[in-house]
Design a protein around this ligand. Structure first.
Ligand code: NAI
Ligand code: MG
Length: 501
């Protein structure tokens, strides 16, 4: 992957894309919103309007669901395409993204604020590989033959079929806009579902560009519909729609609960990937040359805007000062700049709302007695930049320790006894991820077993792979993304039992 040494000129296709009013993708056509309304998406590095996008609402969602239903029930997708043909289309989409990777990297950096060098080496390649991984699954979704326990097996032939769940609504967040679209679309397409995707209102652009490539790849009309809009309107309409069979959501725990209520109307299936307050535990026998930068990147990667961010750092007493000093030093040295700046290591937060939310937590931490050893405030007065922050003198009851901040803010506390740490690490409503750093594999695996979290990283953090399931215990969600596990959300099991007599 090329790394820029000078600020890149904006790709002409990207300049053109952001200058054009973006529309909704419904039934294979780019259309205006029924209301004719548009909404702005902002450049978080400047706070200025970046692009204008058609604002989908209830009526547009309804049209998109009708298109997805028709594509599912009667279109070529459901009737004529074999799994191998579906696989080919998904793989072709991955190839097209690869051909346009620089455009996607730039769009993502502009709309979300993240460093261009990160979207180049993380968001875009992970998106491509995710689609390729799920292209492979399209031909491998199988049922079983079942020997009945009560009947003589010569009298019955019983087997299961795995069928697509139907029309799927997918609502995604703004922290990894393109990758979250890929996590959702990949398995749904592999399973043979049809989709209405609602990107986050803060970052709709990369999903819309993806829509153009979905068209170019040759997916039949109505298989993927993309309707940007606000959560309270377009999102809520999708979650409540009576003809949607399943809703997949990634975002806040608060909205996850609203999705669940909205889904109750027709008992649509629900999968949720929600918030976190993940513990990252460093034992005194850890390799600190790895653990210290590991702890910093666990929280500061993507500006802390990760559901699995290692936001509660627990360090064994003997090495506490050394670790905190090391993480604070890294925090102070991180170059916080606009994402397009070639020196940028951390960009702005995504929005003014997030800036205010994160700064509110910084104030509440200090008010409750925490001490700031790095960062602690906003940077400059243009754009939504916050200094990477390390807080100490915290206790487990403080808001900054209990609540998801979703910004570059870590709380660090010492512990004396590794046995005490499991209960403290689990003392949260969340259970998405955790980290353990130790040279002693027995200790590390023993702690990993006790942690109530969907992912435990040992001597690493934020390692993602399309083959590795990801999701939450407790209020971090329902179900798993990725791996073969995610296919359960997008398939129904049918038992077929035939008498042979
Ligand atoms: P959010 O949960 O409101 O937004 C996520 C998605 O849900 C967006 O597409 C939004 O339009 C949609 N949405 C919002 N309200 C909805 C509703 N009533 N019905 C259907 N869809 C709805 O998250 P927001 O407000 O952007 O961020 C707030 C906090 O949520 C963050 O500070 C962070 O703590 C958490 N969050 C967690 C994420 C994760 O990856 N688990 C991602 C984004 C935010
Ligand atoms: Mg919200």
């Amino acid at each position: 992957m090329a790394t820029a040494v000078t600020a890149p000129p904006m790709d002409p296709k990207v300049s053109e894309f952001v200058a054009t009013k973006q529309k909704l993708l419904i039934n294979g056509k780019w259309v205006d919103a029924a209301s004719g309304k548009t909404f702005p998406t902002y450049n978080p590095a400047t706070g200025e309007v970046l692009a204008n996008v058609a604002e989908g609402d209830r009526e547009d969602i309804d049209r998109a669901v009708k298109a997805a239903r028709a594509a599912f029930e009667t279109g070529p997708w459901s009737q004529k395409l074999s799994p191998a043909q579906r696989a080919k289309l998904i793989w072709k989409l991955a190839d097209l993204i690869e051909q346009h990777q620089e455009e996607f990297a730039q769009l993502e950096s502009l709309d979300n604020g993240k460093p261009l060098k990160i979207s180049r080496i993380a968001d875009v390649p992970l998106t491509i590989e995710n689609f390729r991984y799920f292209a492979g699954w399209a031909t491998k979704i199988e049922g079983n033959t079942i020997p009945l326990t009560l009947a003589n097996s010569s009298k019955f032939l019983a087997y299961t079929l795995r069928e697509p769940v139907g029309v799927v609504g997918q609502i995604i967040p703004w922290n990894f806009p393109l990758l979250m679209a890929a996590w959702k679309l990949g398995p749904a397409l592999a399973a043979g579902c049809t989709i209405v995707l609602k990107p986050a209102e803060q970052t709709p652009l990369s999903a819309l560009r993806l829509g153009e490539l979905i068209q170019e790849a040759g997916f039949p009309d109505g298989v993927v519909n993309i309707v940007p809009g606000y959560g309270e309107t377009a999102g809520a309409a999708l979650a409540a729609h009576p003809d949607v069979d399943k809703i997949a959501f990634t975002g806040s725990t608060e909205v996850g609960k609203l999705i669940l209520q909205a889904a109750a109307g027709n008992l649509k299936k629900v999968s949720l990937e929600l918030g976190g307050k993940s513990p990252n535990i460093i034992l005194d026998d850890a390799d600190l040359n790895a653990a210290v930068p590991g702890a910093a990147s666990a929280i500061f990667f993507n500006h802390g805007q990760c559901c699995c961010a290692g936001s509660r750092l627990f360090v064994e007493e003997k090495v506490f000062d050394k670790v905190v000093e090391g993480v604070a030093q890294i925090a102070e040295n991180i170059k916080v700049k606009p994402g397009f700046d070639p020196d940028c290591e951390m960009g702005p937060l995504v929005s003014e709302e997030q800036l205010n939310r994160v700064c509110g937590y910084l104030e509440s931490g200090v008010r409750e007695g925490a001490k700031t050893v790095a960062g602690g405030k906003r940077l400059g007065d243009r754009g939504y930049f916050v200094k990477p922050t390390v807080l100490v003198n915290t206790n487990d009851k403080m808001k900054v320790v209990k609540e998801e901040i979703f910004g570059p803010v870590v709380t660090a506390t010492p512990f004396r006894d590794p046995k005490e740490i499991e209960a403290r690490a689990n003392d949260t409503i969340y259970g998405l991820a955790a980290g353990v750093w130790s040279r002693d594999i027995k200790k590390a695996h023993t702690i990993a077993a006790k942690l109530r979290a969907g992912t435990v990283w040992i001597n690493c953090y934020n390692v993602f792979d399309p083959a590795l399931p990801f999701g939450g215990y407790k209020q971090s969600g329902w179900g798993r993304e990725m791996g073969h596990e995610v296919l359960e959300h997008y398939t129904e099991v049918k038992s077929v039992c035939a008498s042979l007599t």
